[in-house]
Design a protein around this ligand. Structure first.
Ligand code: CO
Length: 642
């Protein structure tokens, strides 16, 4: 029995240009595209989403209330491979922009993947490879299509390609990743609908041990967990208007984008009588999972889970009292199926409050008086299942002006079968005859700062020791060394824990009461960058992951760190392409691109399902406020001293 309660949706949603498209609007956009473009039966919708208004449009809305509702769509004709980008004005009832592209590949389609699975199972070469391994029940085999990458191979030329991996399931609910079928790699062309190549690199015994983790399979459950209930008898402290969330001094808008996933807009803090903007837009821009094994079965494995799969399309429908506890307000997400039918993922975004220990405390040693305040945070989250893996994206807002993002990684690792006496060089054993290759999960977040206005500057701030000398006779001194990142070529940076390196985003024309420009600091976590060579295929395609921090001037079309179409892309798209112009960054509308993540050396404890691993970053106010902004948080009733 759960004490969690769902906070009902209110109907007070005022029309706003950043409200996500409703299911009705998605349906209307698809109808207009069909009517006005005469779409062939073979055309599929990669995505349909709000065509987000530019900042000028939002400024105009603030003064005039004028809204043009527009949908952006990417379509692909399965028969010809032609990709089309369209903009539909729902306000005007017409398609206002259309562009055909012949040399790009949008994210994989579910329909294509289902067709690939059917075709592979009917392919005599694959069937023969299975028989060589003693497998005759093809129906029970799990097939996982993967983005194919791009390695300059003949098989890739002119094809919309996937590579397909095979796994044994002993029954329908069996965990297939416990039984990888090593050695068999299938290439399937979505465009022609043909299996184009079946490679067999040799038989390795299929790991026999099952690894299921549901309550039927894990033995006796521990019985020493007493109930822990979250009670909010008066409901939550936030309110919601449309997709805007207002909590204490914070306000922002939430949305679920089919590619980027969870998106926050217009993050602002109410400071006295001013509503002070901090971030115009914040979301994942791309992510990549490169694998470090050299064998032909695994060396090609990379997944751009945003651009190659559509992270937002993979969003979970959450369950009350399981994914979040307390008084929960959910947001549904409206999307389009690949055939253009609107549908709604219920409970796609969770908003709730959490107690988070103490906010601040001091005991006055003279009087014995104690002042202590409890800290709360507002949590906005979504969880996405991409094949074997789960990614949770959690934004936290705190009462002292801090904002934090945390990615929670869980689910099941990629696996490979190894001979009984084999120690894998590029991975770790996680169970008998079963290894998981070393890999990385690298996330790039696009952070469009608008601190107290659009024009901001970015500084790298190192802390360094001062050499001993006449002015440092105790040899104890250390100073901050701020460096303005004045151009794009100077704003391609790495973390440096030995120098306590942070990056500070300031508004140079707004100052606090001690004369500092108001700002926020990006505090990196311990984070790797891409380990693959920059000259490798993945190094060229995921250049964003070779640095932790990039800064660009705002441009409406620059949204995804590896470009709009990373699937099968030769490389060089996105950040390396834009920053080649070496644009000026000082006192302008800056966008910060921050790459972080984990290098995952698999553990036996990560098997068969991974306990959540965390990675992320923190944004703290640095001179944004004149003093601790959380002094006005009231004490708990019984903690107030009299
Ligand atoms: Co991992």
């Amino acid at each position: 029995m759960s004490s969690s309660v769902e906070v009902p949706a209110s109907d007070t949603g005022a029309a706003h240009p950043l409200e996500p498209l409703s299911a009705e609007e998605i349906g209307a956009a698809v109808t207009l595209l069909r009517e006005q473009r005469g779409l062939a039966d073979t055309v599929r919708f990669s995505y349909v989403a709000l065509d987000e208004p530019d900042k000028d449009e939002l400024d105009a809305f603030d003064t005039s209330g004028a809204i043009e509702r527009r949908a952006a769509a990417v379509l692909i004709d399965r028969a010809t491979g032609t990709v089309s980008e369209a903009v539909v004005s729902l306000t005007e009832g017409r398609v206002t922009a259309w562009r055909d592209l012949d040399d790009v590949q949008p994210a994989l389609l579910f329909e294509d993947c289902f067709d690939a699975i059917i075709a592979v199972k009917e392919d005599p070469r694959w069937q023969e490879a299975m028989r060589r391994r003693g497998i005759t029940d093809f129906e029970s085999i799990q097939l996982d299509p993967w983005p194919a990458g791009r390695f300059g191979l003949d098989v890739e030329a002119g094809r919309r390609l996937t590579r397909v991996l095979s796994y044994v399931r002993h029954d329908e609910a069996d965990n297939g990743y416990a039984h990888p079928i090593e050695g068999v790699l299938v290439y399937y062309d979505f465009h022609s609908g043909q299996v184009v190549q079946v490679d067999d690199y040799g038989v390795v015994e299929i790991p026999p041990e099952c690894a299921n983790y549901d309550i039927e399979h894990v033995g006796a459950l521990r019985d020493d967990r007493k109930p822990l209930e979250i009670l909010q008898p008066e409901g939550p402290s936030f309110r919601v208007e449309g997709h805007e969330v207002l909590w204490q001094r914070w306000r922002f808008r939430v949305a679920m984008h089919p590619i980027h996933g969870l998106v926050l807009h217009t993050i602002a803090y109410e400071d006295g009588d001013r509503v002070r903007p901090i971030l115009h837009r914040a979301s994942l821009s791309e992510m990549v999972v490169p694998y470090g094994d050299t064998s032909p079965m695994h060396a090609w494995k990379n997944a751009f889970d945003a651009g190659e799969w559509g992270l937002g399309r993979m969003v979970n429908s959450l369950t009350l009292g399981c994914d979040c506890l307390g008084a929960i307000r959910y947001f549904d997400a409206a999307m389009a199926t690949e055939r253009g039918d609107p549908y709604v993922v219920e409970k796609a975004i969770c908003v709730h409050e959490e107690d988070y220990g103490i906010l601040w405390k001091h005991v006055d040693m003279h009087t014995g008086n104690t002042e202590v305040r409890r800290r709360r945070r507002l949590v906005v989250s979504s969880i996405h299942t991409v094949g074997n893996y789960e990614y949770g994206f959690f934004w936290y807002f705190y009462e002292d002006g801090m904002i934090q993002h945390e990615v929670k990684l869980t689910g099941i690792m990629q696996t490979m079968a190894v001979a009984p006496d084999e120690q894998p060089r590029y991975g770790e054993l996680v169970a008998p005859q079963l290894a998981a290759p070393n890999h990385q999960h690298l996330f790039n977040f696009r952070l469009d700062f608008d601190i107290d206005g659009k024009t901001n500057s970015v500084y790298e701030v190192d802390v360094e020791a001062v050499p001993a000398g006449a002015d440092n006779s105790f040899a104890n001194a250390f100073v901050t060394r701020p460096t303005l990142l004045a151009r794009e070529s100077e704003a391609q940076r790495l973390v440096d824990p030995a120098r306590s390196r942070t990056w500070k985003i300031v508004n140079p024309s707004r100052h606090n009461r001690v004369g500092q420009p108001v700002g926020y600091k990006l505090i990196p976590g311990s984070t790797p960058t891409l380990l693959a060579s920059p000259d490798s295929s993945i190094g060229r395609r995921a250049t964003f992951a070779t640095k932790n921090l990039w800064v660009t001037p705002y441009s409406r079309d620059e949204m995804r760190a590896a470009g709009e179409y990373p699937n099968q892309h030769a490389g060089g798209g996105g950040i390396p392409e834009w920053t080649a112009a070496d644009r000026a960054l000082d006192d302008t509308d800056v966008v910060v691109w921050y790459t972080f993540g984990v290098t995952h050396i698999p553990r036996p404890e990560d098997w068969p399902v991974m306990p959540v691993e965390y990675t992320g970053f923190t944004l703290v106010p640095f001179g944004f406020f004149d003093r601790n902004p959380s002094l006005d948080v009231a004490p708990q009733e019984h903690c107030a001293h009299d």
